[in-house]
Design a binder for this molecule. Sequence first.
Ligand code: GLY
Length: 370
Amino acid sequence: MRQNVHVDLGARAYDVEIGPGLIAVAGARIAPILARPRVAVLTDETVAALHLDALRDGLAAGGVAMEALALPPGEGTKGWPQFSRAVEWLLEQKVERRDVVVAFGGGVIGDLGGFAAAVLRRGVRFVQIPTTLLAQVDSSVGGKTGINTAQGKNLVGAFHQPSLVLADTDVLGTLSARDFLAGYGEVVKYGLLGDAGFFSWLERMGPALAAGDGEARVQAVTRSVEMKARIVERDETEQGDRALLNLGHTFCHALESATGYSDRLLHGEGVAIGCALAFELSARLGLCAQEAPSRVRAHLRDMGMKTDLADIQGDLPGAEGLLTLMAQDKKVVDGRLRFILARDIGAAFVADDVPGDAVLGLLRDGLRGR
Ligand code: GLY
């Protein structure tokens, strides 16, 4: 069973196809948008070892030839050195203005590859074939592309929408349990921010999803992508509502920075902890009942996920240090801390001017639990 979500952005509209076996038919899916039957594929070494032969075969079955560059895996790749390597390589491959670049990998490859496509010859089209749960439900959809610099994450980039996204749910079977659950943090986020029914469904189906239920995985990715698509359609460049997608992210970015973007804390794990903190903060501010953060935490715990600051191994800065890191987040507007808070599960909203004292108290209590 395959699903299709259309992202309706006028001249930049595209489809997200979700389901098993999509890599095997990648050539047939991509061929209609090609000016000539060849693509340049950016990937990473881990994905290349597991899936590049399958992609080559899937493209060839549709009459499409490919060249590929495999970059080192990991967040460290998402910076200037590997970015310029990728752009130079695309030029060496003589990718022309009407050609298509394929980003085949997780969030790092999708963001870097999309940004390379955005600047190459002032912009060429690109196709996302996301291979992690996180990339399938979040980073491959919506057109945010970019790289990290010494000053912080994602500070250089462009909005550049893909022309097509192929989310092959079969590849999720090769993820480690930890990587799968990290991506699941972003799935839960969609229920929490805007669909209480989806959160209830995840409470029931989450364990089956994690255990490999293919049908449930397709449903979860599809609902997540639908929610993201509707938000991006309303607010492509994050002037308003798109900020809802950052539920849990202000906390998450501070925690990622505090842990050195290392495997002490994966992005999706930080999102899950951040969502739990955002709901706890909402309850403390009297915006929602205490039952809401309790339910969020109970579900994350049931899934065996990191839920609290206490679940992060090793040293963390104190509450003041974490608050300072939050203030460096690019979601700070005019020096004011912007949080996504919630009136209930499925009812998030953008809150400016959140009192610093309430955040400090929350962090102090969380750190005391360590
Ligand atoms: N990952 C957040 C966004 O795409 O806006």
